[in-house]
Design a protein around this ligand. Structure first.
Ligand SMILES: Nc1ncnc2c1ncn2[C@@H]1O[C@H](COP(=O)(O)OP(=O)(O)O)[C@@H](O)[C@H]1O
Ligand SMILES: [Mg+2]
Length: 1023
């Protein structure tokens, strides 16, 4: 029962003339009436200066109490809005008081007017009294209502109030706000039928969870089968155990929006949607007091309440890792049980999917349950989650479906075979049963009250829609034109939509929107969910949205997409960052509207925005741009440029983002560039292709392209471009062992950059730092001086530029230096690689994380014989994993496997060591990789000598000979020291003491003259 009354209406009457007064009052109560209706209530009567409404008569249910509360708050908001209008115009003030009470009332029709319901009884009086003690502008609820809504409402402390007609004061509470939207209370549902097994098992899992052994549950099945329903049953069950629920859902249009779903879920978990940014940050920081402050800032940015801009500094891979870690530790520390629900993960975005999979892995160690629902076509990582309890929802049996139909329709004999027809058609899908019955009722084939229908007309010509889609479509079709238009517009926005945005894009006149929304709510196509400051609605089922979207005429749909794009742009306007952020969404709507040229521009803009934040997302946008450019008509202005630009960016960035060489799309790019004589995009593409080949360990192919590539760069004669592009050739030449060429090109970059660390930083962070570290490697391999200084200079330069650049110079220094036997890690090496790993974990894409793990791993292995060694191997293993998933350089797998083989030999698995070292050598032979051949041959040869089975020494000799005859570029010394060392060992093994001493001496003195610490150490150990 709801009472609303104007405070001091007599004063108001005194200040306004009677006509204006009537106008103000009727405006106010019309709006209140619409609100009541929207929440499923009935306006009982208007009393000159007040309104009385009933929700859910005759029985007071929790659901109805919650609806009444939502309506009351909304009425107050609306009244405030109107009052300020009136104040502006007439200079008078007024406010409303609202009171609520719950309890059994007698209702009935009085007189002949069918619309005149009324309620009488003591409970009605109580509602009125609550209203009379409510503060002006406030909502007062009785104890009985408070009890029903306690768990979702924010209520003031109980207070004792004195009311008319009662001797002793009675308790009442002020309603402040309603908690986050909770669908069970805003929609009515038929009784649950069947699913006993599922509910039984879920109850057992919940008990288990409460005892501290959490579970992950997957619920799958086709649309309408009852996945959400089972989740809601789970929520109820959890509720009765006092378990808090956090839930969210995925949406079809947000599949490409990184972090979308996880952000929504965490917004629920951290409960910040009702706070302003400052308060929200306060709440988050209080809760995560012991976490890394920058991690917390990343979380704040994710939740949209940040002010630090941390997210802009940290690329997506690192953000994902850090947030995952943050949330997982938070979850692990949780002592109170919680239920997480993520619905419809067949629409989840990739980043959220990865993060959720990581976070959910913690659930079994908490007193919690996490449930995900999805359609059968989903096969992502949440489906494959190990140890999940899986529920695959089968169709209901005919008798179960009949149960639902009977509840909704009743069992009047006139229904005859209609029920069977419905059951036959619905094939065990409860939602289909619902929709078919609603369809029949709307067509007036059945008539009367829900649950007690009787049939009208002849059964013979009843056409029952053949599919769920058709049933929904025919229901939508039957709406009034206005409501249908509004529904269509809503479907374009999403499964949940704010009414202000809807008003913005629909053609419906603003003052009619409320009415149309009511029609849609009453048709049970949408339902209201209330946020704090504006009203949102949601589709009652995602299928309704899909059908509403697909059943529209193309032209109408295009216009809506266009207006939505415009509204989004407008909303983001004045704030450049936020329009960049929405760029991808705006682009997708423009594309759907058919405005291809504009869409192309927005996709490219989105790509640029993402490039340093999330290379994967940037590439996704370039791919869209590419697709659109290909759809443009042949006479489109700048068509060729538009087709080439995204391709060149895609090709140039492929190696950094992971993925295969084919992903570069180089051949097509080359063709387009040749046709249109475009040099620069082709060179960007070649840089990408060569880098991609290099990191896929196809070194020979990469190096073969280098001469042509360099010639093309030269022919441009552009200083900055030369600095920007040469890296790909320098790297390929280095990996292939053509050290003199590599050094010469590196030198050119160093000269041209002339100390400018960021000149030409389009594809790499600092061409100068890169060239310097490459010159270090070349000098080292050529036995020239200066390589140590180069390594240090490169690190110094890179340190000022950006984290990823620093991580790569550190990795080149230590991995190459150690593998060549030039460096032995010292305290400084340990410090530098520890820094690099830390930085990579916090600030780098996966690619650089792999580099840092590798550098750190190598350093630990070669500096320590104890526990740090195993930590080192652990890191190498992780880097290897990343590489195998194409997230890190596959060309580095060789050195990882060499280290692992050496370790196998050391712990006694000599056979294994020989096998894998042999395999690495074969691979290197095939790929053309030169840098690690010495190290691989050394492990093979020493293991063969160690095993000394028949033929092993001969095989060792062969391996040595093969290395010795491998052509090295112009004076490179990379194989010289390993060869001397192996020759000495083999001579010792065959008992040729003279040869042994000669080779050992040569080895030592050469190691000393070159200053190769690793070899010096080996030489002194063998003495
Ligand atoms: N076992 C059941 N008994 C009664 N009604 C059901 C049952 N399962 C689902 N429903 C009803 O069918 C409709 C569709 O179910 P829903 O859970 O939304 O499907 P899904 O999430 O699988 O698409 C809802 O109105 C729901 O209340
Ligand atoms: Mg669902």
């Amino acid at each position: 029962m709801l009472f609303a009354d104007v405070v001091r209406s007599m004063d108001l009457a005194g200040q306004l003339d009677s006509e204006r007064l009537r106008e103000v009052m009727s405006e106010l109560f019309n709006r209140c009436g619409a609100i009541v209706q929207r929440y499923g209530g009935t306006v009982d009567k208007f009393t000159g200066d007040g309104i009385m409404a009933i929700f859910g008569a005759p029985i007071a249910l929790e659901d109805h109490a919650a609806r009444a509360c939502l309506a009351a708050l909304e009425i107050q908001r609306e009244a405030r809005r109107l009052a300020s209008e009136v104040n502006r115009r007439d200079g008078v003030e007024y406010a409303l008081r609202v009171g609520l009470n719950s309890g059994a009332v007698v209702t009935g029709r009085i007189g002949v007017d069918p619309t005149s319901y009324t309620a009488v009884g003591a409970q009605v009086g109580m509602a009125q009294r609550m209203e009379s003690v409510a503060p002006s502008g406030g909502v007062m609820v009785s104890e009985s209502t408070a009890r029903l809504v306690e768990h979702t409402a924010v209520l003031g402390d109980p207070q004792l109030v004195v009311i008319k007609g009662s001797e002793s004061p009675i308790p009442a509470r002020l309603l402040q706000s309603m908690g986050p939207p909770r669908w069970p209370q805003l929609r009515h549902e038929s009784a649950l039928v069947g699913r006993d097994t599922e509910i039984g098992s879920i109850a057992a899992l919940l008990d288990d969870a409460l005892a501290g052994h959490g579970h992950v549950i997957t619920i799958s099945g086709p649309p309408g089968i009852g996945k959400s329903r089972i989740s809601r049953e789970l929520v109820e069950l959890a509720d009765t155990h006092g378990v808090k629920t956090y839930s969210t859902f995925c949406e079809s249009h947000a599949k490409d929006m990184p972090f979308y779903v996880i952000a929504r879920l965490l917004r629920e978990v951290f409960h910040v949607s009702d706070l302003d940014d400052v308060a929200a940050r306060g709440r988050i920081r209080a809760r995560l007091a012991s976490a890394d402050p920058e991690d917390v800032q990343l979380l704040e940015d994710l939740l949209g309440v940040g002010d630090s801009g941390a997210a802009a500094r940290v690329p997506a891979d690192a953000r994902r890792r850090r947030l995952s870690h943050l949330v997982t530790s938070e979850l692990a520390a949780r002592r109170d049980p919680a239920l997480l629900i993520i619905e419809d993960v067949h629409w989840i975005d990739e980043v959220s999917e990865t993060m959720l999979t990581e976070v959910l892995a913690m659930v079994p160690r908490t007193p919690g349950i996490a449930a995900v629902t999805y359609r059968p076509e989903y096969r992502g990582s949440l489906h494959h989650f190990a140890d999940a309890a899986r529920f695959v929802l089968a169709p209901l049996s005919d008798s179960q479906a009949t149960g639902i139909a009977r509840e909704l329709m009743g069992a009047d004999p006139s229904l005859g075979t209609l029920t069977e027809q419905i059951i036959g058609r619905a094939a065990g899908n409860p939602f289909f049963v619902h929709e078919l019955i609603r369809d029949l009722a709307e067509r007036k084939i059945i008539d009367g009250e829900a649950g007690a229908y009787v049939r009208h007309g002849d059964l013979a010509d009843v056409a029952v829609p053949p599919t769920l889609q058709a049933a929904i479509a025919s229901r939508i079709d039957r709406l009034t034109t206005g409501a249908k238009q509004l529904l269509n517009a809503a479907a374009i926005i999403g499964s949940q939509f704010p009414s202000d945005l809807l008003a913005n894009i629909s053609e419906t006149e603003h003052d009619r929107i409320e009415g149309e929304l009511s029609e849609l709510v009453h048709a049970e196509l949408i339902y209201p969910v209330v946020m704090t400051s504006f009203t949102e609605y949601a589709f009652r089922h995602p299928m309704i949205r899909t059908v509403a979207q697909e059943s529209q005429l193309k032209s109408g749909r295009s216009a809506l997409h266009r207006r939505l794009a415009g509204a989004l742009e407008h909303r983001a306007n004045g704030n450049n960052a936020s329009s960049d952020e929405s760029a991808a969404l705006i682009a997708s709507h423009l594309e759907a509207a058919g405005d291809l040229r504009e869409a192309f521009g927005w996709y490219m803009r989105a790509g640029t925005w993402f490039v340093n934040r999330d290379i994967g997302a940037a590439r996704a946008n370039w791919q869209h741009a590419r697709r659109i450019a290909d759809r443009l008509p042949v006479d489109e202005r700048d068509l060729m440029t538009m087709r080439i630009a995204p391709r060149s960016l895609l090709c140039g960035s492929a190696w950094r983002a992971g993925g295969s060489v084919a992903d570069t799309g180089f051949d097509e790019l080359r063709q387009l560039c040749t046709d249109s004589d475009s040099q620069i995009p082709l060179l960007m593409g070649m840089a990408g292709l060569m880098s991609s080949l290099s990191v896929h360990a196809r070194i020979r192919e990469s190096a073969e392209l280098a001469p042509e590539y360099v010639a093309r760069i030269d022919s441009l004669g552009d200083r900055t471009l030369t600095v920007a592009l040469l890296f790909a050739a320098i790297y390929a030449e280095c990996l292939a062992g053509r050290m003199r060429t590599s050094k010469r090109l590196a030198q050119r970059v160093i000269d041209l950059a002339d100390g400018d660390a960021t000149m030409g930083n389009v594809l790499t962070g600092s061409p100068l730092a890169f060239a310097t570290v490459m010159r270090a490697i070349a000098r080292c391999c050529l036995g020239e001086d200066g390589w140590r200084a180069d390594f240090d200079d490169a690190n110094r330069i890179a340190h000022q530029v950006d984290p990823t650049t620093f991580v790569s110079t550190v990795m080149f220094k230590y991995v190459t230096g150690i593998a060549l036997g030039a460096l032995v890690p010292d305290a400084n090496a340990l410090a530098e690689t520890s820094d690099a790993l830390d930085i990579a974990q916090r600030y780098s894409e996966d690619m650089a994380l792999g580099l840092a793990q590798l550098a750190r791993g190598m350093t630990l292995i070669h500096s320590d014989q104890g526990s740090r060694r195993s930590e080192g191997f652990d890191l190498l293993g992780r880097a290897r994993d990343l590489a195998m998933r194409e997230r890190f350089a596959l060309n580095e797998v060789a050195i990882i496997d060499v280290e692992i083989a050496a370790e196998s030999a050391r712990i006694g698995d000599v056979d294994g060591a020989i096998r894998s070292a042999g395999r690495v050598l074969d691979d290197l032979e095939r790929s053309g990789g030169a840098l690690y051949r010495g190290a691989a041959t050394t492990v093979l040869v020493t293991s063969l000598i160690q095993r000394r089975a028949e033929g092993d020494l001969a095989r060792a000799q062969e391996a040595i000979d093969r290395l010795a005859s491998t052509p090295t570029d112009d004076g490179s010394v990379i194989y010289e020291l390993p060869l001397l060392r192996m020759q000495a060992s083999l001579a010792a093994a065959v008992g040729d003491g003279g040869l042994y001493r000669r080779r050992a001496d040569q080895h030592r003195s050469r190691a000393q003259s070159l200053g190769f610490e690793g070899h010096i150490l080996i030489a002194s150990a063998t003495n």
